[in-house]
Ligand binder design. Sequence first.
Ligand SMILES: C[S@@+](CC[C@H](N)C(=O)[O-])C[C@H]1O[C@@H](n2cnc3c(N)ncnc32)[C@H](O)[C@@H]1O
Length: 218
Amino acid sequence: MTTDPQQAPWRPEDATSRRSFWEDAHHGKDVDSVSWWQSVPELSLDLVDRTGVGKDAGVIDVGAGWSTLVDHLVERGFTDVSAVDLSRTALDTVRERIGTAGESVVLEVADVLDLAMGRTYAVWHDRAVFHFLTEEDERDDYRASLDRHVEPGGWAVVATFGPDGPTTCSGLPIVRYTHADLAAEFPGWALVDTSGDDHETPWGTVQQFTAVLLRREG
Ligand SMILES: C[S@@+](CC[C@H](N)C(=O)[O-])C[C@H]1O[C@@H](n2cnc3c(N)ncnc32)[C@H](O)[C@@H]1O
């Protein structure tokens, strides 16, 4: 993992400031005004495909923001799709966009560091959330949420900035990962496949992403 010694000093360090920061990051904004926007989340869809799960498998997108992943999963016939995020605005945008086709999609304001959905899923998806966790205790909380919410033999897709990616995201310091370093963050999970892409932001700059497909052992 690579951290930047020049990284910005401020970051939200508790649940209240996290929620307020991320609500502000979305409120009053256009979907394509954020660097992570993509109209088709090809990397994510490809990795979900690689799990080979059936269309009735439970899939949760954590820190979904206003990503179109849930729209595309519904379009592909997935019937048990959930997404959580700290920003009510982001999830309201998704609810409005998916309309009646996505009525069954569960959208909840929740903190992935303290997630309590009361059920398990076959697939956990995270694009650009884990990399904000610069502190070990936050990563411990994330792993505890992951382990509580994925069934034995279930899958996790985790995508972060790669070793040549930016050192901040949304103005916050992040941790950049190689595939090996990212997989090593998840003991009890086997590395099944790797991927990555050079994400082009809406204003044309490029951000290197690292992605891993993990399978829960036992
Ligand atoms: C960089 S954006 C990525 C959004 C989306 N995954 C995508 O790829 O378009 C990070 C998202 O994670 C959400 N987020 C950040 N920390 C979170 C947390 N602790 N729990 C839930 N959501 C969080 C933010 O509100 C934001 O929508």
